[in-house]
Design a protein around this ligand. Structure first.
Ligand code: ADP
Length: 405
């Protein structure tokens, strides 16, 4: 029997998201999520998708660590006849946030690879440790199975030095590996490729600006299928205004808050990553709630929205200049896929650049990739739902099938 299933694991510090896919037709066999790992109130929500209906099962019981969580996931999968011991399971694909400069491709994990991911913990202290725990636990459950790391940074490793380097003293920057790495790469790769497909062209022939607007948000400039610039930097803090992150700021704000405001570095870190962006500006980070407040006449929410859009427009303009010629602007992730007012506001006034949105097309709700620009527009504006799990599964499966071929 050929093994055609891939389990995708996205391990966070206190959560694990998973999907089991059948790569013959890219269908989902099961999806689920474990939250609050390490707390008394850990919760597993598992949805098998094989039996026609999608009846979820929930378990609420203490899961002390990632190993307990993954064992519970394995039990749930086994109860549906999809156990991790199945010979049909070809590989486990792990989302790994930071791959530094070394990992430009999905990589089969061995001891040396795991060591290198560990070496990157200082530049990704919030993310890589959880990813490593997920990998080790999955290895313990299925030591014989190929485990593949798919890096959030990989797609951005094609950025030229002119975009990737900060204008910092080179020796200091290199010593501490300070440079722009970019994140959400799996999504930017998937969406830029899908956008080319939507235009009926090969990825090599199109230039795309991808706007990944979720709770975290980033933009990228993709020339002929290769990333040439992206808005996140050493960490995911740089760039766009996000749900809870400030994005771009004068770095001297940090000195000021430390010297004049008496804040510690950790306090400033939390302020900029967790208490800024939309939530810092208006107390809400959910775009649905912000739009509701604007509709009710709330000035604070309206200003937060304007600041969000102003930054987004600046990046569209900047990446237009970086690319020279733009074939499409693609909106994706929670806000990009669902918030028509964001898409409209981001493009309004850019007609001279060939950008426009058709009101009727923009207001259609759909899960499909679609164009929302009018026929006459020189640049296509698209909504392209992202699918990071499918991209991770595809990359993982391609790698292990190649190895077995
Ligand atoms: P992440 O993966 O970064 O957590 P998502 O891509 O799932 O985020 O996006 C989550 C965000 O999407 C929410 O915070 C919310 O602001 C936004 N969102 C989801 N649905 C809608 C909607 N119908 N209208 C506007 N915004 C939405």
């Amino acid at each position: 029997m050929t093994a055609t299933r891939v389990l995708v694991l996205n391990s966070g510090s206190s959560s694990v998201k998973y999907q089991l896919l059948d790569m013959r037709d890219s269908s989902r066999l099961a999806v689920g999520l474990v939250e609050r790992i390490g707390e008394e109130t850990s919760r597993l929500k598992h949805t098998p998708l094989t039996g026609g209906g999608a009846e979820s099962r929930e378990r609420e019981e203490p899961m002390a660590d990632h190993e307990a969580a993954l064992r519970a996931v394995a039990d749930e999968l086994a109860a549906d006849g999809l156990g991790l011991d199945s010979p049909e399971l070809a590989a486990i694909g792990h989302r790994v946030v930071h791959g530094g400069l070394k990992f430009t491709e999905p990589t089969v994990i061995d001891d040396a690879v795991l060591k290198e991911i560990e070496r990157l913990v200082p530049v990704a202290p919030l993310h890589n440790p959880a990813n490593i725990t997920g990998i080790r636990t999955a290895q313990a459950l299925r030591p014989d199975l190929p485990q593949v790391a798919v890096f959030d940074t990989a797609f951005h490793t094609t950025m030229p030095e002119s975009a990737a380097r900060y204008a910092l003293d080179v020796k200091t920057a290199d010593e501490h590996r300070v440079r722009r790495y970019g994140f959400h790469g799996t999504s930017h790769a998937y969406v830029s490729r899908k956008t080319a497909q939507l235009l009926g062209k090969a990825p090599e022939d199109v230039n795309v600006i991808v706007l990944h607007l979720g709770n975290g948000a980033s933009a990228s400039a993709v020339r002929g299928g290769r990333c040439v610039d992206t808005s996140m930097g050493l960490t995911p803090l740089e760039g766009l205004v996000m749900g809870t992150r400030s994005g771009d700021m004068d770095p001297a704000v940090i000195f000021h808050l430390a010297r004049v405001g008496g804040m510690s570095i950790d306090e400033i870190d939390i302020l900029l990553n967790k208490k800024s962006g939309l939530i810092g500006l208006c107390g809400d980070n959910d775009m649905r709630e912000i739009r509701r407040r604007i509709d009710a006449g709330d000035q604070e929410a309206a200003l937060a929205f304007e600041i969000y859009i102003h930054r987004l427009k600046k990046y569209i303009g900047a990446y237009y200049a970086v690319l020279g010629r733009v074939d499409a602007v693609a909106f994706t992730a929670g806000v990009g896929e669902n918030a028509a007012p964001v898409r409209e506001a981001a493009v309004v006034g850019l007609e001279e650049l060939g950008l426009a949105v058709d009101g009727a097309l923009n207001s259609v709700r759909s899960d499909e990739a679609r164009l929302i620009s009018p026929e006459y527009a020189r640049v296509a504006v698209a909504v392209v739902p992202t699918d990071e799990e499918l991209e991770i599964a595809d990359q993982t499966y391609a790698l292990v099938s190649d190895r077995n071929a």
